[in-house]
Design a protein around this ligand. Structure first.
Ligand SMILES: [Zn+2]
Length: 117
């Protein structure tokens, strides 16, 4: 809670505040101020509204951050799956090429040395 220091307009001393009777009075020169109760009510109401709005904005920001986090998470998962998919295709191609090279070498050795008779 914020505390506002009220000063006497007459002598600049700190005013004592009697919230029960909505009166501020100066202990030095005796100056009295009566608070406008309606205005205080309006100020408090306005403040309450502002706090509600702040709270709502905060919640919206939190929700936005949360949604963004989930979106990023989903994107990362998709990226991971995509990466894995292309990696497995690449290794499959390497495997097939390796097998072909192996068969080719076998064929070549057979032609050179007539292994199969
Ligand atoms: Zn005073």
């Amino acid at each position: 809670m914020n505390i506002i220091h009220l000063k006497c307009q007459n002598c600049s001393a700190d005013l004592d505040i009697d919230m029960e009777h909505f009166i501020a009075f100066c202990p030095y020169c005796g100056q009295k101020l009566l608070f406008d109760v309606d205005q205080i009510g309006n100020i408090l109401l306005e403040k309450e509204k502002t706090n509600h709005e702040k709270e709502r904005t905060k919640q919206q920001e939190l929700k936005y951050e949360h949604d963004l986090k989930i979106k990023n998470m989903n994107r990362d998962v998709l990226k991971g799956i995509n990466k894995w998919y292309w990696k497995s295709i690449r290794y499959s191609i390497y495997f097939v090429l390796g097998m072909l090279a192996f068969l080719f070498i076998l064929l070549l050795l057979d032609k050179l040395f007539h292994i199969s008779g």
